[in-house]
Design a protein around this ligand. Sequence first.
Ligand code: DX5
Ligand code: ZN
Length: 233
Amino acid sequence: MMPRRNHLSTLVESSPVILPSLLLCDFGNLEREVARLEEAGVKALHLDVMDGRFVPNLTYGMPIVSAVRQLTDMPLDVHLMIEEPQQYVPQFFDAGADMITFHIEAVEEPQRVIDQIHALGAAAGVALNPATPVSAVEPVLADCDLVLVMSVEAGFGGQSFQTIALEKLRQLRTQIAPSTLLEVDGGVNAGTIAEATRAGAQMMVVGSAIFGQESYSSAVTQLAHIACGDEDK
Ligand code: DX5
Ligand code: ZN
């Protein structure tokens, strides 16, 4: 299997990329869900880890990441919405995470967490909530492999897209290296994905706009068309 950080270049080349957020999937049929997403042509999966402390919601941890790892070779983009992420980085790496993203609001020394993730061989990402300015991540931008701009307050799926994220995406696009991926997460759907792509986002995390649909394939295809600006096709 390809060294984990190398997945990034594949994602950069094939961007804009639609990443299903498994938060709203049918966990009772995880194998079928992953197979349906592979059939729909997605290139990576987004896994939302919530600890009930950093955010007012509790989801899942390493066992689910490991279970998804057993089911697919697709890159796993693990979004840690937890306090003290540095305590769990090695376990999520061992569980199969290829990209490990933590929230800038959750750590005192983000550079140390980035170095910890890189030392393991995974890609390191930093996330910021809508109320957090870009200046908060500027000190570590040079060493990030991806920056995740939250377009909703982290914690729940099904929320509405906050347009403040567009300004941050535009600003970050001018500040980060071309090899650094820009990701947007929260309320991304057929009505918001075009603007997010134009603002510079390359990785579009999508939850309810896929898992609320009858056909994952047509939902993903439509979103990809709109993101690529050829929605009439
Ligand atoms: C929210 C999560 C998102 C969420 C996206 O905190 O980080 O990944 O699941 O779901 P939608 O697309 O429904 O907003
Ligand atoms: Zn997420």
